[in-house]
Design a protein around this ligand. Structure first.
Ligand SMILES: [Zn+2]
Ligand SMILES: [Zn+2]
Length: 305
């Protein structure tokens, strides 16, 4: 940590207690955000947690991020765990990720690369995650948000069941557009965020029930959409998978209240905080006990915190 980062860390730590007291029980219980991308400055990360009423977050990082993670953990002790990711097409991916786990990373993720879900690059990561006994968080996306974006970890609906079967010792956490659009049985990669009633029996719903090693990360507009699009579907879905769902935000707003948030594929979310929107849907759709599991209890069990 350099001098500037150190001073920012100290400043962030000094302002923390008042913010925590103010927001700790906004949601009635403590909240852990599974899907929070590390921001360059500690104060910026803390501003989102405190603004959204979030107690703890799991940092998602890529490559060598240990110094930044340590700076933030020092600024706000007890509030941050972390997962690390690394380009899975590189020959040293296993080595880098193994080292990250030895340095304190509690999972792999997010894994977001232009490879196939059942391809050799990720297969070796599935095996490594099992060996190291850490979960692997995967971004599945088949439809571009912007022209020529390309697809990410492809083949979810067609091939991922074979992966779940082949790696029973691996803990998978599914995330993003294809994972959540497939709660509905009538999805065929035609929309980024499909709207309207959910057709029961989608593969995501079935696999969450059938495979003990599959969990769902409810972050981002995709996770929000899955539980916001059909109010008749949501309460039962949350009840069925109450031990398998994990709250996350993947929100890029600056203040935990929606400032600066703009996802061109989801105009309905412009200027809103994804964390707040999803916590609101969860709170009104689940019992207090199930809400507590999804926003706090399940992630603590999964990461053995
Ligand atoms: Zn993602
Ligand atoms: Zn936000």
């Amino acid at each position: 940590m350099n001098r500037r980062e150190f001073l920012e860390a100290v400043t962030a730590a000094a302002v923390l207690p008042s913010l925590v007291r103010q927001d700790a029980h906004e949601w009635g219980v403590q909240v852990c955000d599974l899907h929070f991308h590390l921001r360059p400055q500690p104060a910026a990360s803390l501003a989102h947690l405190d603004g959204a009423g979030v107690t703890k977050a799991n940092l998602l990082t890529r490559g060598r991020a240990l110094d930044q993670v340590k700076a933030l953990q020092a600024a706000a002790p007890g509030r941050f765990t972390w997962f690390n990711s690394y380009d899975v097409t590189q020959p040293d991916a296993e080595q880098v990720l193994t080292q990250a786990v030895k340095s304190g990373a509690q999972g792999f993720g997010e894994m977001k690369f232009h490879v196939a879900a059942d391809g050799p690059e990720l297969r070796r990561m599935y095996a490594l995650a099992a060996d190291l006994r850490v979960p692997i968080l995967i971004h599945f996306q088949e439809v571009d948000h912007v022209p020529n974006e390309g697809t990410w970890v492809t083949g979810f609906a067609k091939t991922f069941e074979s992966v779940l079967k082949a790696y029973p010792r691996t803990t998978f956490i599914g995330h993003a557009d294809a994972f959540w659009a497939n709660v509905s049985a009538d999805y065929h990669n035609e929309a980024v965020y499909p709207a309207g009633p959910v057709k029961r029996g989608g593969v995501t719903d079935r696999w969450l029930a059938d495979y003990p090693n599959l969990f769902g990360d409810m972050s981002a507009v995709s996770g929000n959409n899955a539980i916001a699009r059909d109010p008749a579907f949501t309460p039962d879905f949350l009840q069925r998978h109450q031990d398998k769902l994990l709250f996350g935000s993947d929100c890029s707003c600056s203040d935990g209240h929606g400032a600066g948030y703009n996802n061109p594929a989801a105009p309905r979310m412009a200027g809103k905080c994804v964390a707040r929107e999803t916590l609101s849907v969860l709170k009104r759709s689940a019992s207090a006990a199930i809400f507590q599991k999804i926003v706090w209890g399940n992630v603590h069990e999964l990461l053995r915190m």
